[in-house]
Design a protein around this ligand. Structure first.
Ligand code: ZN
Length: 141
């Protein structure tokens, strides 16, 4: 795997990319990304644990204009629309994520999604790995 864009967000476990969530020892709330305090109760005993790598699409949109640069690297002329969504990891947390799909005809709320690696260009001209969710049709949910 290339270098992660942000190693605090994800890990490789058994060769599979997993997001790092934080579980509050006091109230059991799971949050992402991992913070120093629980967003529900303010507790500071946060245990890092891998989140599920499967979920369902909770909401989505298509980004049709370039984000501010930096941090976005490609020029406006190179921009292609991309999907942005919220993916619910059942019983855990809702995660904001890039989507590998940006065709509105192929996205619908409630569809199964799976976590994948997603390479992005960096300012140094190399690539780095971030995460995205991809439609997982065919999966019996
Ligand atoms: Zn808590």
């Amino acid at each position: 795997m290339d270098n992660p864009v942000d190693p605090t967000l994800m890990d490789l476990a058994d060769g599979r990319l997993r997001l790092r969530g934080g579980r509050c020892a006091a109230c059991d709330e799971i949050h992402f990304p991992v913070g120093t305090a629980c967003p529900r109760c303010g507790g500071d005993d946060i245990r890092v644990e891998p989140l599920a790598d499967e979920g369902v699409l909770w909401s989505w949109t298509v980004q049709r204009f370039p984000p501010p640069s930096p941090p976005y690297v490609p020029s406006a002329a190179e921009f292609t629309p991309f999907g942005l969504g919220y993916v619910e990891l059942p019983g855990q947390v809702i995660v904001e994520s890039l989507l590998t799909e940006c065709d509105p005809a192929r996205l619908h709320i409630g569809m199964p999604m799976r976590l994948v690696e997603f390479s992005v260009p960096t300012e140094s001209g190399e690539t780095a790995v971030t995460f995205a969710f991809t439609p997982w049709e065919g999966h019996a949910s």
